[in-house]
Write a protein of this length. Structure first.
Length: 555
């Protein structure tokens, strides 16, 4: 393992930067690690591959899932370590070591307190945002997910323009609480557009940009400026210890020595076709994260013999797309969190059949899409379409469309279901039979096939005014519409396995000295499960906190 460092010394080239702790990536995990390491007394350097700060965190909902957090009492919801462990362990499905799940549950509340002490972030518990399986033992109807509120980007000074924004909701500024209260999806015309316009002019942002903005402000106040457009290429190793990084800057090698440790926080591999084919079977075709997530940290960890875990899993999310939309030079894929949950809509495959509860959480919703038929050697639920009618279009928001707007050219439409089926390549007889049965369920308010609308979680994205079931409404009024649903993900969740100090483990089970990991570059501790809104960021920042403190304390 020392060959690359030996070459570095032989070249007699001095390092470009010398630091104590080097952090690769400026998402929630990386920024949290930087603050924690600096607070513990270390000199910190943080680099970012792109020209913007924030990574996947910045384009997310910015929510943290922290069981047993100190804000739950204010929301009138109790919690316990026992319940949180029972619930999380079930969702991990044996794919994560119990002690790592316990480490997260025990450390996350501590991290949250540290976060509010060291930054201007002040979270509020989302009392009505349920866990993704609130009906499971230990689940909760709300309170574990935390809202970061709004952030004024003018507080960043010249760094304001370097804050990554969501291409979908980056121009709006409403807290998650407000979005819930206003009914952003089920009652889109009720939004206070005047207030949103004023907030935009004031420079306010919400969700992930708010979370990252606050973290970045704290980092800048400590005199730490992220080094942008510096891409990590190869870990430098000497005598079996990681002591730095060969990076690339402006097309040239750029060497960073880190005396105490290197923390990988560079995101997942969802935009790497190579890794997708190797670990996910090539089924992830429309990721929702920034296109820079190509598995750089994973590749570097593999080069030094890191053990890997949870590699077949992702934070799955159905995607839809509007032709011509781009983000960072790639097709923009929009995660569908609500459309499929609202009445007057259903998802079908090419046979015209339903195969899933359309209103369940986005991670678990995607799994039936990958069902495999060994006789036909095909996946019968790919491709799939969201089919809906004019009742839907007259009531609800659809991506960039609100009621009253003309139907855009990119949205397939037809006067009849048969015509729509013919246009989309769906079996017409199958679609007619499915819709007829679905409409019967909508009338009685009970989905006998897939139990849509039975879980409290389903209701969160439903229409509370729709009776008898907030998630069920007949698909009966023409013209009819179809939108293809693609396999997407917020990020991958497989990567380097770590120990209780967030140190990367080798294939031999021993910690690789000087190397840490947090976030989506790390083997996810929740296994295939997605416990609740903010599980991605909650675990990422918790292990970033652990890694930063431990690296700063190392000799």
């Amino acid at each position: 393992m020392g060959q690359n460092m030996a070459w570095f010394k032989k070249s007699k080239r001095k390092s470009d930067v010398q630091t104590d702790v080097l952090i690769i990536g400026t998402g929630g995990a990386g920024l949290m690690a930087a603050i924690a390491a600096h607070e513990a007394g270390a000199k910190v350097t943080i680099i970012e591959k792109t020209n913007l700060v924030g990574g996947t965190t910045a384009v997310s909902g910015g929510v943290l899932w922290i069981p047993n957090n100190h804000h739950m009492g204010t929301a009138g919801i109790d919690d316990s370590r026992k319940d949180a462990l029972t619930y999380t362990r079930r969702l991990a499905d044996g794919r994560s070591d119990d002690h790592m799940v316990e480490l997260f549950l025990d450390t996350a509340p501590e991290m949250l307190l540290f976060l509010e002490e060291q930054t201007e972030l002040r979270f509020s518990a989302l009392a009505r945002y349920p866990d993704y399986h609130p009906e499971f033992e230990g689940g909760r109807p709300g309170g574990r997910s935390l809202d970061p509120g709004l952030f004024n980007t003018n507080d960043l000074g010249d760094w304001k323009k370097k804050l990554r924004r969501s291409p979908v909701f980056g121009a709006t500024a409403m807290s998650v609480t407000e979005a819930t209260d206003w009914g952003v999806f089920s009652n889109p015309l009720a939004l206070d557009f005047k207030l949103l316009g004023e907030r935009y002019k004031q420079g306010l942002v919400c969700y992930g940009a708010s979370l990252v903005g606050n973290l970045l402000k704290s980092l800048l106040s400590r005199g730490i400026e992220p080094m942008l457009e510096v891409s990590g290429k190869e870990l430098l190793v000497e005598e079996d210890r990681v002591i730095g990084l060969r990076a690339e800057r402006d097309g040239d090698d750029f060497f960073i020595e880190a005396g105490k440790g290197v923390i990988l926080a560079s995101g997942g591999f969802e935009w790497s076709k190579e890794f997708n084919a190797q670990f996910l079977g090539g089924q992830l075709t429309h990721p929702n994260s920034p296109p820079s997530n190509t598995g750089d940290g994973l590749r570097m960890a593999m080069q030094v013999g890191a053990n890997l875990g949870n590699m077949s899993e992702a934070w799955w999310c159905p995607s839809v797309m509007i032709p011509g939309e781009e983000y960072d030079g790639k097709q923009l894929n929009r995660g569908d969190f609500a459309t499929r949950s609202l009445p007057h809509s259903l998802i079908v495959n090419a046979a015209g059949k339903r195969f899933v509860n359309e209103a369940q959480n986005y991670n678990d919703l995607m799994k039936p899409f990958f069902a495999f038929d060994p006789m036909g050697y095909e996946r019968p639920n790919l491709p799939a379409w969201l089919v809906f009618d004019s009742n839907y279009m007259e009531k609800y928001a659809l991506q960039t469309i609100v009621p009253g707007m003309p139907v855009p050219e990119w949205l397939p439409t037809a006067d009849t279901l048969d015509e729509l089926a013919a246009n989309m390549g769906i079996d017409a007889a199958g679609l007619r039979a499915t819709v007829e049965r679905f409409n019967q369920f909508a009338e009685i308010g009970t989905d006998e096939d897939f139990h849509r609308g039975e879980s409290t979680y389903d209701h969160f994205y439903g229409d509370p005014k729709n009776e008898p079931n907030p998630n069920l409404g007949p698909v009966c009024k023409g013209p009819f519409f179809a939108l293809q649903v693609y396999p997407g993900a917020i990020g991958t969740k497989g990567g380097a396995k770590v120990d209780e100090r967030a140190r990367v483990l080798s294939v031999h089970g021993k910690a690789i000295d000087g190397l840490y990991a947090a976030g989506n570059v790390m083997a996810g501790v929740t296994g295939p499960g997605y416990p609740g809104a903010g599980s991605t960021i909650g675990t990422a920042m918790t292990f970033g906190y652990i890694a930063g403190r431990d690296a700063a304390a190392s000799e």
